[in-house]
Design a protein around this ligand. Sequence first.
Ligand code: A3P
Length: 308
Amino acid sequence: ISSLPKEKSQLSLYDGYWIPTWSMPGVLAFQKYFQARETDILLVTPPKAGTTWFKAILFALVNRMRYLDLQEHPLLTNISHALVPLLDVDIYNKKKVPDLNSFASPRLFATHLPFDLLPTSVKGSSCKIVYVCRNPKDNFVSLWHFMNRVYSTTNSLEEDFDKFCRGVSLYGPYWDHVLSYWKPIIEKQAQKILFLKYEEMKEQPTTHLKRIAEFLECPFSPEEDAKGTINDILQLCSFDNLSNLDVNKSGKWRFPEHNNTLFRQGIDHASFFRKGNSGDWVNYFTPQMTERLDHIIEEKFHGTGLKF
Ligand code: A3P
């Protein structure tokens, strides 16, 4: 692991990716100790690509038979991060290696790690990976807001944009992260990855929720179709609904024993909900920024069939 002291963001370059330095013990423990089950479901996202949203969607989808009464649904009183933990950040970042054997199957977990850094036990198992990425421009804008609000960084938009373009961002380079999950699909090595974009879920939520359900081998039955279950899940997990719940407006995401001060003090749940739209980047980018990032996107994704 080599750290660049000049980069104030406290990121460490680990196997080509910029990982938060404080989370490295958790990453290494996750890689070393996690034993995947074939029934496991892993949500993977670059930060700010819709983790909070897709955690809610996957939780509601997979547990829909358990929580038939929507008025009593756990998502009404818990932020989705409390229901679907990040393995390296929330679970393995403790002094004692946790025992995950007692978790009932299917276990639902999340991580921000790129494919290359997943534990061998995950890569070698047929567990399912739902990967969600986002238009890099919106992802950058969302990340910049989050870093300033939560990490109290005071970097200007221009400063952070320059770093993002150079690949220096949480779990970046962004394009390498995306391609690390896209390449196994196009090389037909991975049947177990479902690749989604934030924008497509926004545009055609029903289609993509059905796609996710089929991929996870829990498709909606005709009875559920008739009952409107798909719509219920989408409504429950919508930005308007989640961002207006008391738990998400006022709570804090806190781990009293976490090795990171920020997590000990707590992150406002509200900071995970900002606008929840596609295309906000137009309000922030100058023509020069657009040109620079378009050029990078064109170069990095050229010939891969992936477009943003
Ligand atoms: P914006 O900052 O563009 O509004 P993450 O969960 O990975 O941290 O990503 C946060 C981004 O997802 C934020 O984007 C946030 O507003 C948006 N988001 C949170 N909940 C959402 C939901 N239910 N539907 C759509 N977007 C949501």
